[in-house]
Design a protein. Structure first.
Length: 254
């Protein structure tokens, strides 16, 4: 076992092979038929030279979701892409609306029944190559929420990452914009940093911000190890709060 671990470190730090930069927050996509998945990262499939699909395979059973990203106007210096993500959160909301263990939404008879909800997030991305081998990406987008009934504003889960997305269920439109950087640092070590601001158009609790700062080590040609933190800000019903959470992940590409 010690020899295997030592071999991985020797391979990771002793070679100067090109790093496969993270592409999920850029206008680039995986190569045709290439795949990637992580412990906390969704499954990504490069369908062809211009299109890729993304989904969370485990969450797919309780919160069906899919994202399509398609590149447009590619060239050596800058790339453009659009991405469309569709999510159907109703099964998950009904699953956690109960008393006792696992209940995250109160099962109150005064609450209106949870309706069918479909959210769509459309994003435009522009990625530019800077300093020869680093990527800088600007993104902006529009989020829409469609329901077949009224969503009770008390049906919320007041947790970082979760609440800003649930807030969209009560408000039909949201706007978002962000910036992201990724590139190599030293040998097989790189960085992946960026943030996004979201403004939900509706009554109160409108602003949220997310920022992630990660370092990654490309242990092998297919495996990357991530470590870093996520910073969250949101306007909750009880006031504005910041949260800082650690992030560790393993991602495999083949």
């Amino acid at each position: 076992m010690k020899k295997i671990i030592l071999g991985m470190f020797t391979l990771g730090f002793g070679l100067t092979a090109d790093i496969h930069l993270p592409l999920d927050r850029t206008a680039h996509i995986l190569e045709q038929s290439q795949k990637e998945i992580g412990l906390f990262h969704p499954f990504v499939l490069g369908k062809n030279e211009t299109t890729q699909y993304t989904m969370h395979p485990i969450l797919e059973f309780v919160i069906p979701n899919v994202e399509v990203k398609k590149t447009i106007f590619p060239n050596r210096e800058t790339n453009f892409a659009w991405a469309l993500k569709l999510t159907y959160p109703t099964p998950l909301l009904k699953m956690v609306q109960k008393k006792g263990i696992g209940g995250m939404i109160a099962d109150d008879p005064d609450f209106d029944p949870i309706p069918h909800i479909i959210t769509a997030k459309m994003t435009l991305l522009n990625t530019r190559t800077i300093f020869k081998n680093h990527l800088m990406t600007f993104n902006g987008g529009l989020g829409l929420s469609v329901t077949n009934g009224t969503v009770d504003p008390r049906i919320t889960i007041d947790l970082p990452w979760v609440y800003p997305r649930m807030n969209q269920y009560n408000n039909p439109i949201s706007l978002n914009a962000g910036i992201h950087f990724t590139g190599p640092l030293w040998k097989n070590i790189g960085y992946d940093s960026g943030g996004e601001f979201t403004y939900t158009i509706g009554d109160g609790q409108n602003m949220s911000f997310e920022y992630g700062d990660y370092f990654f080590w490309q242990a092998t040609d297919r495996l990357k190890v991530y470590a870093g933190y996520d910073l969250y800000f949101a306007e909750y019903p009880f006031g504005s709060q910041w949260h800082l959470l650690p992030m560790i992940d393993l991602r495999y590409r083949w």
